[in-house]
Design a protein around this ligand. Structure first.
Ligand code: SAM
Ligand code: SF4
Ligand code: SF4
Length: 341
């Protein structure tokens, strides 16, 4: 049966282009800003295997999203490399028509050379690693599982060896936690074919004790770097690029700033998110998601699911970051480790 497909735009005329897929809600780190230990301890109820979408279910969802306009997929988590045989899923996704970009965000702890090579062979073409400090004590205090910096640096080299150059490195900047690590990170990654990206600390979820005064904003980050290593803006690669691009004037390479708090980019947000248990979210700051798993497992045919997805996107009004401050601060939001970054 031929499917009737028309690509939706939302109420703010934003098309659907990217899908972030969280493949697990579990993680081997307990980053203080994401999965604080006192809330994600031994008694925490993570999702059971049967609750999590299978690779076949994810691949089917990707196929349907692709026909609605999605061309970019990011695999995330929790820690995505915890999910066994992830390369099988990548391989399935890479065969879907219209999907031309598959990226992965990881903390790097489980990235061996063999794993990196097999992910690339399966179709991953971009990799982002997260590292919030170059100082071991500071990083261990953030990841809260005593994970050393050296092993993330090794993972970055492994990713490059696998041919994923330039690798991106995400650093979440939090006042009184790691602002003093900005310059050491800059110094280490300049001239190394690594794009260091500074992320403003976001009020995702309800457990990370976010406060506005803990945000070290993009303007301050740029000033600090520019005072030591002069930088200039670079034009965006494409409309809707999340990170604002800058480059060192001396040819030391590029950096990115993700200013979701101080300079929201909702106007060009073309992203949907699928949680590990198959809930669909149209905003990182949503408090409810649509149960796509139930629809998929109900044996609904592709047309029925497509119509539902089309209707959800067409009604989308989200622009949380632009409206931040007008919201009720007590409102429950979905956790980052559940929905993916
Ligand atoms: N575990 C993987 C990792 O850390 O790379 C993938 C999932 S993690 C949720 C994705 C990204 O979100 C990471 O770079 C992480 O630093 C970032 N992140 C998590 N919580 C955040 C917050 N509250 N504000 C800004 N970025 C955050
Ligand atoms: Fe795990 Fe990534 Fe969250 Fe850190 S940021 S706790 S590594 S999911
Ligand atoms: Fe997109 Fe929501 Fe973030 Fe705005 S707040 S950029 S709509 S995810």
């Amino acid at each position: 049966m031929k499917l009737l497909i028309d690509k939706p735009t939302d109420t703010l005329q934003r098309p659907l282009r990217d899908l972030r897929i969280s493949v697990t809600d579990r993680c081997n780190f307990r980053c203080i800003y994401c999965m604080p230990k006192h809330l994600f301890g031994p008694d925490h109820a993570f999702l059971e295997r049967a609750q999590i979408l299978s690779f076949e279910e994810i691949a089917r969802a990707v196929h349907l999203f692709a026909s609605l306009g999605v061309s970019k997929i990011r695999i995330t988590g929790g820690e995505p490399l915890i999910r066994k045989d992830l390369e099988k899923l990548i391989n399935m996704i890479s065969q879907v028509d219209n999907i031309n970009d598959i990226s992965l965000t990881t903390n790097g702890a489980l990235l061996t050379q063999q794993k990196a090579d097999s992910l690339v062979a399966a179709g991953v073409n971009r990799l982002t690693l997260s590292l919030d400090a170059l100082d071991d004590e500071c990083f261990k205090q953030i990841n809260d599982v005593k994970f050393p910096v050296s092993r993330v640096l090794d993972a970055i080299d492994i990713a490059k060896q696998a041919g994923l150059s330039p690798v991106k490195v995400n650093m979440v900047v939090i006042k009184d936690v790691n602002v003093d690590q900005i310059l050491p990170m800059v110094e280490y990654f300049r001239h190394k074919d690594v794009i260091l990206r500074f992320i403003e600390f976001m009020d995702v979820g309800s457990t990370n004790q976010w406060q506005y005064d803990k945000v070290f904003n993009a303007k301050s980050i740029i000033e600090l770097i520019n005072n030591h290593y002069p930088i200039e803006p670079v034009t965006a690669n494409y409309q809707g690029e999340v990170a604002k691009r800058w480059r060192y004037k001396d040819g030391g390479g590029e950096i990115g700033i993700i200013a979701s708090v101080s300079q929201p980019f909702c106007g060009s947000c073309h992203r949907a998110r699928l949680s590990a248990e198959g809930k669909l979210y149209t905003c990182l700051f949503a408090n409810t998601g649509y149960d796509l798993r139930e629809l998929i497992r109900s044996r609904a045919n592709d047309q029925v699911i497509l119509d539902k997805l089309h209707a959800i996107w067409s009604k989308r009004e989200d622009r949380y970051s632009q409206l931040r401050g007008e919201h009720d601060a007590a409102k429950e939001k979905i956790e980052m480790s559940y929905i993916g970054g």
